[in-house]
Design a protein around this ligand. Structure first.
Ligand code: PSV
Ligand code: MN
Ligand code: MN
Length: 389
């Protein structure tokens, strides 16, 4: 591929993006969730769709599960089913936000019985991971308060630390816990893990196998996300990404759709910090919903966007950039950076795919494959899955 040396090609080839099972279900705003023909009715059908994205792109070898949305009787069998389709089961996402008991919190709750219930749910998730062969337990909490004075901020942090420590004891030697942060929603005044600093403080107290998960949609507008990426990589605490893009809130739009330049800057820092090196501990995942657009093409587009910005980030002439930076050549440095971003690398990527037996244009190939028509015809009856089921 154009201008990429052997090391850069190796880095590029390491790119693998995990897909969330829930991206294939119906989801949307609180106003209306629109159904889509062919939407999966079972966990197996979600996995089949995810495997299809991988087949057309070669970029998505894992599917993340959400418990209890993706509960099956036999997770070992689900693992084999996925393997037969060419994918592995990935991150297990816990859910302590859809039960009345969690109205005032889960791992932070003042009532020790509720805390224990939330801890037990995570222990169950780890058992699932043992059966699915998953490495990562991802925790995103809806815990927080709506009004100043409603909760004891400090006490909630202390209880969170205690609950996480209990869960962490159950994490296997080859497993990890990643703690996701979000500065708003559903709580309106304060969330208990609002930012990377809080996540970092909490996971650092636990041990090596506890890391931070960065969801690109969970920051205030204007936040310099690539700075956070650089810092967490520097500290060895960036465990995973939830990729998506946003215009206003936690929009969960296709990654790279709202701001490809931001994705470029993030991928540049990922590469700079070794996050795409062979054996890197950084897991790249999508956390997206497709409300009005088709879901499988939505996921194909997403992984291609990450691939494209990765390739462009690898085009940055880092030697020339370092020179310009060292000599105080502000505009020269910026120009080197922008040159890479503005380079249209799509023809190179198409050729690269074709050389590897993948469709040069995965979007077109999927549209022509008949898969969508097949699932639309086959998946009648039953209940379509949705975000939350
Ligand atoms: C809610 O904000 C959320 O989008 C988090 O980002 C989680 O990763 C995801 O839901 C699934 O639980
Ligand atoms: Mn997320
Ligand atoms: Mn989110």
């Amino acid at each position: 591929m154009r201008n990429l040396d052997t090391d850069a090609i190796e880095t590029f080839q390491n790119l693998a993006i995990e897909l969330p099972s829930w991206a294939f279900g119906n989801s949307g705003t609180r106003f209306k969730v629109f159904g889509t023909p062919g939407t999966p009715r079972t966990v197996e059908e979600k996995i089949a769709d995810a495997a299809t994205v991988h087949r057309f792109t070669g970029l998505a070898p894992k599917v993340a599960l959400h418990i209890p949305w993706d509960v099956v009787d036999d997770f070992g069998a689900l693992r084999s089913y996925a393997a037969d389709l060419g994918v592995d089961l990935g991150t297990v996402n816990s859910n302590t936000f859809q039960d009345d008991d969690y109205k005032f919190g889960s791992l932070t709750h003042t009532d020790k019985h509720v805390r224990q219930k939330a801890i037990d749910h995570h222990i169950r998730c780890i058992e699932v991971m043992n059966e699915t062969g998953s490495r990562d337990l991802k925790i995103w909490l809806a815990d927080g308060t709506n009004y100043p004075g409603q909760g004891d901020i400090r006490g909630r942090q202390d209880r969170l630390a205690e609950s996480l420590a209990t869960i962490y004891q159950h994490i296997g030697d080859e497993q990890r816990m990643v703690l996701e942060y979000k500065f708003f929603e559903p709580a309106t005044y304060m969330t208990d893990v609002p930012d990377w600093g809080t996540s970092y403080a909490q996971v650092s107290a636990l041990g090596e196998r506890a890391l931070v998960c960065l969801d690109t949609g969970h920051h205030a507008p204007g936040t310099n996300i690539e700075f956070i990426v650089a810092q967490l990589l520097r500290l060895g605490k960036l465990g995973s990404f939830d990729f998506n893009s946003r215009f206003y809130a936690d929009d969960d739009l296709i990654v790279g759709a709202a701001d490809p330049f931001q994705l470029f800057r993030i991928m540049f820092e990922v590469i700079r910090g070794g996050g795409l090196d062979t054996g890197s501990p950084v897991a790249l995942m999508l956390d997206q919903c497709h409300n009005v657009e088709e879901k499988i093409p939505g996921q194909i587009r997403s992984v291609l966007n990450v691939q494209e910005m990765t390739a462009r980030a690898l085009l940055v002439d880092t030697d020339a950039l370092a020179d310009a930076q060292d000599t105080g050549d502000v505009l020269g440095a910026n120009a080197i950076f922008m040159d890479a971003f503005y380079t249209d690398i799509r023809p190179d990527l198409a050729a690269w795919r074709a050389e590897r037996g993948l469709p040069a244009d995965p979007m077109a190939a999927f549209a022509q494959s008949g898969y969508q028509e097949e699932i639309t015809a086959a998946r009648v009856g039953g209940t379509q899955s949705s975000w939350g089921a």
